[in-house]
Design a binder for this molecule. Structure first.
Ligand code: GDP
Ligand code: MG
Length: 439
């Protein structure tokens, strides 16, 4: 989805005239991309209508920058699709907050509830896990293993076959010990859908969760909407966690699920490991879709890792991005790895390392760093124009770094993309199209 949207927006950005025909063309391409990635047909039609009405080209005075207006409207409307403006759940202090997981078998519940447990534990909460999946043999062992790995206390039973009783016992046990967050995992599987939903309602009635979360597999495509609707009717969940977003998922199903249920996405699962859980941020999600790259996400990641990044942050906010900033970013990425995960966050870099496996991609990055290391201070602190004015610099650098002029050009192209981004971000921040720093 991301690539097709990026292309559509890219060719739109390049066109010189902005009239209804160009707008229609853009909207058509965007609609096609959204439909192809499983966003609901009605939703796409509505989006198209809304954007057209809001932009309202013929009534705009000549002084208005129409291109900007269209881009901002598109961005805002896409954000609105995945942001139902619901206050996110916050566990309350001095009580046992009960969180119940629902979702189909295989959607990623057991994995995700351990990730969430770990997430809250890292933020100072006392967290316990309850396995109320008595349907599948081995379910308790799976949760036990995950929980032990994360160092989270768990509760379950090998003998009790009634999930309602196990859920209740687990909650009571942890509550007595004053656990602050109690997460209850359920089975999501029955021979009959009716039975599954009955069981879900019974568990819910017994433990009265403060928050019910539906785990939605991002790879299921069009059926996401129906599934989310059905679960919403029975379990009235308050949040969605979209799992397996690290795969080749088109991602449109999740958008439809949010729109159909008016329920926010709280987190995204980005891998099989316990730390592969990301807070969902609508603006960042759409930015990534539109090919603006997840620059903000990358910076957060860098801050979490406590790497040196202060100058770059300050620069970006001022709309500056030097070759040295690029070099620092590349160094950070090398430290953070694996490349496949990080490259998509950097505008332009995803394309440059596309089709390469992690090892070859890392090699490519290393060569980019060699190139930067062969530059002198004036070159590193420049905006890159110095190389266009004096191309022999590129030859010198290629020789010094044991690479080719072509590769040096690649580095400079990458720099240009990111410098352009930094400029846009600082402009958008100023015009209020994006939230403040970090948000
Ligand atoms: P449940 O039946 O709903 O409890 O699903 P599980 O938690 O057992 O997960 C089913 C499979 O999906 C397992 O093999 C998990 O490792 C895998 N899985 C869950 N979340 C993710 C994710 O975010 N990314 C990837 N790649 N795999 C995941
Ligand atoms: Mg499970």
């Amino acid at each position: 989805l991301g690539r097709k949207l990026t292309e559509a927006v890219g060719s739109f950005t390049k066109s010189n005239v902005v009239d209804d025909k160009v707008l229609d063309g853009l909207l058509k391409e965007i609609s096609t991309a959204l439909l192809a990635s499983d966003v609901n047909v009605k939703l796409v039609a509505n989006l198209r209508k809304t954007i057209k009405a809001k932009v309202n080209l013929k009534d705009q005075p000549a002084t208005v920058n129409k291109k900007k207006l269209i881009q901002k409207t598109l961005y805002d409307e896409l954000v609105a699709l995945v942001d139902p403006q619901v206050e996110p759940f916050k566990p309350k202090k001095n009580k046992s907050n009960i969180i119940m997981f629902v979702g189909l078998q295989g959607s990623g519940k057991t994995t995700t509830c351990t990730k969430l447990a770990r997430y809250y534990e890292a933020r100072g909460f006392k967290v316990g896990l309850v396995c109320a999946d008595t349907f599948r043999a081995g379910a308790f062992d799976q949760l036990k293993q995950n929980a032990a790995k994360a160092g989270i206390p768990y509760f379950g039973s090998y003998t009790e076959t009634d999930p309602v009783i196990v859920a209740q016992q687990g909650v009571t046990t942890f509550r007595k010990k004053r656990f602050e967050i109690i997460i209850v995992d359920t089975s999501g599987r029955h021979s009959q859908e009716r039975e599954l939903f009955d069981e879900m309602s019974q568990i819910q009635a017994a433990i009265k969760p403060d928050q019910t979360i539906m785990v939605l597999d991002s790879t299921i495509g069009q059926s996401a909407e129906m599934q989310a609707k059905a679960f919403k009717e029975t379990a009235n969940f308050g949040a969605i966690i979209v799992s397996k977003t690290d795969g080749t998922a088109a991602g449109g199903g999740a958008i439809s699920a949010v729109a159909a249920t008016g329920t926010p996405i709280a987190f995204m699962g980005t891998g099989e490991h316990l730390t592969d859980l990301e807070k969902f941020d609508p603006q960042r999600f759409v930015g990534r879709l539109l090919g603006m790259g997840d620059v903000q996400g990358l910076f957060e990641h860098v801050q979490n890792m406590k790497l040196e990044n202060k100058d770059t942050m300050k620069h970006i906010q001022e709309g500056i991005f030097t070759v040295r900033d690029l070099r620092d970013q590349l160094t950070n990425i090398m430290k953070m790895g694996p490349l496949s995960k990080m490259a998509g966050m950097i505008p332009g870099l995803g394309q440059m390392t596309q089709g390469l496996d992690d090892e070859d991609g890392a090699m490519k990055l290393k060569r980019m760093l060699f190139i930067c290391d062969s530059m002198n201070a004036a070159e590193l602190d420049s905006d890159g124009k110095i190389f266009i004015e004096q191309p022999t610099r590129m030859t010198r650098i290629a020789r010094g770094s044991g690479t080719s002029v072509r590769e040096v050009e690649d580095v400079l192209t990458q720099h240009r993309v990111m410098a352009g981004m930094a400029k846009n971000m600082s402009k958008m921040k100023k015009s209020g199209a994006m939230g403040g720093p970090g948000g």
